[in-house]
Ligand binder design. Structure first.
Ligand code: OAD
Length: 314
């Protein structure tokens, strides 16, 4: 029998989980909806809300996470960012189930697309935040990376943060330019110098590259940005070891994470747990319904107990 004919039911899912030793969990926004965090593409998701609210200057709600748009209008993202800033949420049974797999020694890695950090809050160690997080932020111009908490006040007050290093560098460069100009003026003579004076500001801008110091952006991955190289590195290693892939709570619409399914060997069984079906990929077993209920059922059948939440909101 081919792999696709071999498994189909929830019974098969229980057997597979029981016998697997190196499980990859690929998760998405659907594992955090029960915590009160909307997903992206459901009718009650973030993109529908952005569309319906019409509050922001967007042609398409995905523009909110588009790097070109961000460079052009960072104020739009910063007027919205506090809505998605990780706050006092409690990990769901799904997050805690992933932790349980890790405690049982069978979690190879959790690839999460979520930026809510709830996997870490549930205690999962081996988690890769494929779409980054608010933990750090970087200057788009000089690439300086700063701790995310440095920009927290800006997110909360809906202000665009600019890079202090760039500001200092710009001041330094402008000072240097001034000195060069002064010495040039001296050597060129007075008449020429007065002509130069008219162009001072323009030349300073040109030297600097034009515009303001760099905008700081949280290190969450936007459309048009590459994922951190760690993603490829981990996948390259893990594909040799994985013996079961469980996908939970994602529409699998965003590459390259969605391509994990085709990157792992064909012999590795794939279980898909989600509220709604997918039509563009063909996992062996599709368990459709609420993810928390499904993993709770699977745990019961395996004789496991999902740990209670330990995190206490502030
Ligand atoms: P989506 O909103 O595209 O998909 C979430 C899926 O979870 C949907 O198919 C829902 O049906 C399902 N779902 C919702 N609640 C559920 C529940 N209680 N139980 C089971 N399933 C449930 O979110 P993602 O696939 O995570 O990227 O989105 C991927 C990426 O697109 C995000 O990381 C984000 C977004 O644009 C960036 O911003 C770069």
């Amino acid at each position: 029998r081919t792999r696709l004919e071999q498994y189909s039911s929830i019974e098969d899912a229980v057997k597979l989980i029981k016998t697997s030793k190196k499980i990859i969990i690929l998760s998405g926004a659907g594992i955090s909806t029960s915590c009160g965090i909307p997903d992206f593409r459901s009718s009650t998701g973030l993109y529908a809300n952005l569309q319906n609210e019409g509050k922001f200057d967007l042609d398409d709600p995905q523009q909110m996470f588009d790097i070109s748009y961000f460079r052009e209008k960072p104020e739009v993202f910063y007027s919205f960012a506090k809505q998605i800033y990780p706050s006092n949420f409690i990990p769901s049974p799904c997050h805690r189930w992933i932790k349980l797999l890790e405690d049982k020694g069978v979690l190879l890695r959790n690839y999460t697309q979520n930026i809510d950090t709830l996997e870490s809050l549930a205690g999962v160690q081996n988690v890769l935040q494929c779409h980054g997080s608010f933990k750090t932020a970087s200057c788009l111009r000089c690439k300086t990376r700063v701790p995310g908490q440095n920009i927290e006040p800006y997110i909360m007050s809906q202000q665009v943060p600019y890079c202090g290093i760039c500001k200092a560098k710009r001041a330094e460069e402008m000072e240097l330019q001034k000195k060069i100009k002064e010495s040039l003026k001296k050597s060129k003579g007075k008449a020429k110098a007065s002509w130069d004076d008219q162009d001072d500001s323009e030349e300073e801008e040109r030297e600097w590259g034009g515009g303001e110091p760099g905008i700081i952006k949280p290190d969450i991955t936007f459309f048009g940005q590459a994922l951190d190289s760690e993603f490829d590195e981990c996948l390259f290693k893990d594909r040799e070891e994985v013996d079961l892939l469980i996908v939970i709570g994602t529409s699998l619409k965003v590459a390259p994470v969605s391509e994990v399914l085709t990157h792992i060997p064909h012999s590795v069984p794939q279980i898909y747990i989600n509220l709604t079906p997918v039509h563009h990929v063909h996992p062996d077993i599709c368990l459709l319904g609420d993810a928390d209920s499904i993993v709770t059922y699977l745990s019961d059948r395996l004789g496991w107990n999902i740990p209670l939440p330990t995190a206490v909101p502030k």
